[in-house]
Design a protein around this ligand. Structure first.
Ligand SMILES: Nc1ncnc2c1ncn2[C@@H]1O[C@H](COP(=O)(O)OP(=O)(O)OP(=O)(O)O)[C@@H](O)[C@H]1O
Length: 245
């Protein structure tokens, strides 16, 4: 059951672009120390949902709060509480991993020393030889480690991810998922938009399917197998029946 203390709280959200309704009564809550995976077909409204949480898009009706704060009324206060990883993490190519972290922390007014930064890079799994290298030659997985390190340093209560494992090989995906589990253990509320059903089944506490602008189906991990991946796969392929028609 959603509670007003959940760091991410969406209640009956409706959003349309011109006359095209994208979100139509969407409700979703992500408690502290948990991971929710939001799945849905292309154009279902997943990125739009993140955009509303970040205060970049405004819903026509319904309410959204991040740690009890309205992103439209107080966008800066909300963004201070959120770490956001877009599909392609935007970092500075000509700066090293340490310099990127230092710069990004300075931008958010949360500057920390080199020791704290390299500790976070190490915790995120970035090898020591890469700490002072320019990002120019970094893989997507390495860039994500830098971004997650910054999120760890900022100690934000909310982490939003847009298709974080797309383009990652299975090893890098497993590393990244392990990192998200560590972030959850710190008490962070994690909302992960993804098409990667296997990752969702591996690490999510809850998987929600976004269809026709709302959560049409949601399952919670239970038992040693956590989720019935085959049933989820079938659900994802056919939607609620109307999607396949
Ligand atoms: N700024 C915008 N103006 C008009 N329409 C938009 C805008 N942003 C998104 N849309 C439309 O809203 C719908 C939902 O888009 P959104 O990017 O949220 O989907 P998604 O579920 O993230 O899709 P994908 O899995 O392909 O990334 C799409 O039909 C898209 O074309």
């Amino acid at each position: 059951m959603p509670t007003t203390t959940d760091p991410i709280l969406i209640d009956h959200l409706t959003l349309a672009y011109d006359r095209h309704t994208v979100l139509d009564g969407l409700s979703l809550a992500v408690p502290a120390g948990s991971i929710t995976a939001l799945l849905g077909g292309n154009g279902a409204g997943k990125s739009t949902t993140l955009s509303v949480l970040l205060g970049f898009s405004r819903a026509q009706s319904g309410t959204v709060t991040i740690c009890g704060i309205d992103p439209v009324a107080q966008p800066d206060a909300v963004r201070r509480r959120i770490a956001y990883l877009p599909e392609n993490v935007a970092l500075y190519e000509h700066l090293s991993a340490v310099e990127n972290a230092d710069y990004l922390l300075a931008l958010s007014g949360e500057r920390q020393g080199r020791t704290a930064i390299v500790d976070a890079l190490a915790a995120a799994g970035l090898q020591e030889r890469a700490w002072d290298q320019r990002l120019g030659g970094f893989s997507k997985g390495m860039r994500q480690k830098v971004a997650i390190a910054v999120a760890l340093l900022r100690q934000v209560p909310v982490l939003l991810l847009d298709e974080p494992t797309s383009g990652l090989d299975p090893r890098a995906t497993a590393d990244f998922n392990a990192l998200l589990v560590a972030v959850r253990e710190r008490g962070t509320a994690v909302l992960m938009v993804t098409h990667d059903l296997l990752s969702a089944a591996d690490i999510a506490d809850r998987i929600a399917f976004l269809e026709h602008g709302r959560v049409a189906h949601a399952v919670t991990a239970s038992g040693p197998d956590r989720f019935d991946v085959r049933a989820l796969h079938t659900r994802f392929q056919i939607g609620d029946g109307r999607a396949a028609a």
